[in-house]
Write a protein that binds this ligand. Structure first.
Ligand code: AQP
Length: 334
C-alpha cells in the first residue's frame, strides 16, 4: 500500500501553541519519508460562521504557518480544501455509510454544541464525515493530529471499513492516527482542564504563533498555577494540579525532553522561576516562526501561488481515486 500522510487545520484564526506542538511540528519530519498532503480545511471552518474577509485572511495565515514551521511547498502539497470538490462529494457518499449512532458518540460535537443542541448546525454534527472524506479522498494512510482528534480518526477508520465491506473491496486504506510528543494535548493557560483552543474567548488562554516576546512573557506570567513548588519525581500530581502538569508538558515539548526529565531538573523549585525559563523557551521556538509568518503574509500573491500549485497537485491525486470510487459505486463517470 502506498503510504501518504494527510492532515489539516481549520482557518479559524488564532493559531496557537497547541496547533503547533500537537500537529504542525510533527508534520515536518514526514516530508523526507513519505508523500505529504497538508490541507487548510476551509469548508470545516464554515461550521463557525466566519466573516468572509477574515476567512480569506486566515486561509493565508495557516498557509504561512505551515511554511514558516518548515513545511516545504515544493515537496508537500499545501492547499485549501474547497479547491478540490472531491472532499464534499465523497463526504456525501460516506454519510450514506455512517449510522447516526456513530456520530452521536462524538464528544467534540457534544462539547461544541453545548446545551443548545437543537440549534447546533448540521455541519458541526457531520463534521467528522467530512474529515473522513478529507483523508480518504487521498487514500491517506498516516494522519498526524493532536489527541483531541483521535476519536474522529477512529470514526474515519470505521467509515472506511463500512464502505469497503459494502462494496466488497479494500478500496480505502484504514488511516492510522499518528499522535506523538510530550504535548499531544496542550491545555488552556487559564484552566488546565480545558484544551488550548482558537475559539476560547480569553486571549490569555493561549500562546498564539505570532505573539511577540512581550506578549508571550505576559501570558505565561499570568498563566494559572497553584502556590506549591514543582512536584518531586514519582509524585502523582497531574489530576490535582492540571495547570502545573500543563506547563510541565509544554516545557518538555519545547525543550525536546520527556516530562520526567523536566520534573527531575525542576523538582521543588518555584513556578515563578520555571515560568521565566519557559518564556525564554517559547520565545526561542515561536519567535522565528512568527517573524517568518509575518514576512510571508506581506506577500499575499506568493502565498496564493503556493495554494494554486497545491490545488492542482491535490486534484491530481484525488480525482483518479474519486473516478474509481464512482465506478465502484455505480455512478456515471465524469
Ligand atoms: N490544545 C491542543 N493540543 C494539541 N493539539 C491540538 N490541536 C488543536 N488544539 C490542540 C490540533 O491542531 C490540529 C488542528 O485543529 P483544528 O483547527 O482543525 O481544530 P480543533 O482541533 O478544533 O482546534 P482548535 O484550536 O481547538 O480550534 P477551535 O477552537 O476553532 O475548535 C488538530 O490536529 C488538533 O488535534
Amino acid at each position: 500500500m502506498h503510504q501518504r500522510v494527510f492532515s489539516g487545520i481549520q482557518p479559524t484564526g488564532n493559531l496557537h501553541l497547541g496547533n503547533y506542538l500537537g500537529a504542525i511540528r510533527n508534520w515536518v519530519g514526514f516530508q523526507d519519508r513519505m508523500e505529504t498532503v497538508f490541507c487548510i480545511v476551509d469548508l470545516h471552518a464554515l461550521t463557525q460562521a466566519p466573516d468572509p474577509a477574515e476567512l480569506r485572511q486566515n486561509i493565508r495565515e495557516v498557509t504561512a504557518a505551515y511554511i514558516a514551521s518548515g513545511i516545504d511547498p515544493k515537496r508537500a502539497v499545501i492547499f485549501a480544501q474547497s479547491r478540490c470538490s472531491v472532499h464534499a462529494e465523497l463526504a456525501w457518499v460516506l454519510s450514506c455509510h455512517t449510522p447516526l449512532g456513530w456520530l452521536n458518540r462524538m464528544t467534540q460535537f457534544k462539547e461544541k454544541a453545548g446545551k443548545d443542541r437543537e440549534n447546533a448546525l448540521t455541519g458541526l454534527y457531520t463534521y467528522p464525515v467530512l474529515m473522513a472524506a478529507d483523508i480518504l479522498a487521498y487514500h491517506g494512510t498516516h494522519v498526524p493530529v493532536g489527541e483531541d482528534q483521535k476519536q474522529h480518526l477512529e470514526l474515519a477508520r470505521d467509515i472506511a471499513g463500512a464502505f469497503n465491506r459494502f462494496y466488497q473491496r479494500d478500496f480505502f486504506p484504514l488511516p492510522e492516527p499518528v499522535i506523538f510528543g510530550a504535548a499531544t494535548r496542550v491545555m488552556s493557560l487559564r484552566d488546565g482542564t480545558k484544551k488550548m483552543s482558537k475559539s476560547d474567548p480569553s486571549d490569555y488562554s493561549r500562546l498564539v504563533m505570532t505573539d511577540s516576546a512581550d506578549t508571550v512573557a505576559l501570558k505565561l506570567r499570568k498563566a494559572k498555577t497553584d502556590p506549591l513548588p514543582l512536584p518531586e519525581p514519582g509524585q502523582e500530581f497531574e489530576k490535582e494540579r492540571p495547570e502545573a502538569a500543563n506547563l510541565i508538558g509544554i516545557y518538555a515539548a519545547l525543550s525536546d525532553q520527556s516530562r520526567d526529565e523536566v520534573i527531575t531538573t525542576w523538582a521543588g523549585r518555584q513556578f515563578s522561576e520555571f515560568k521565566k525559563e519557559l518564556t525564554d523557551l517559547a520565545v526561542a521556538v515561536l519567535g522565528p516562526i512568527g517573524v517568518e509568518m509575518q514576512r510571508l503574509l506581506a506577500d499575499p500573491a506568493a502565498i496564493d501561488a503556493v495554494l494554486d500549485d497545491g490545488a492542482a497537485r491535490a486534484n491530481a491525486i484525488a480525482r483518479p481515486i474519486w473516478t474509481e470510487a464512482k465506478a465502484l459505486i455505480g455512478l456515471p463517470p465524469g
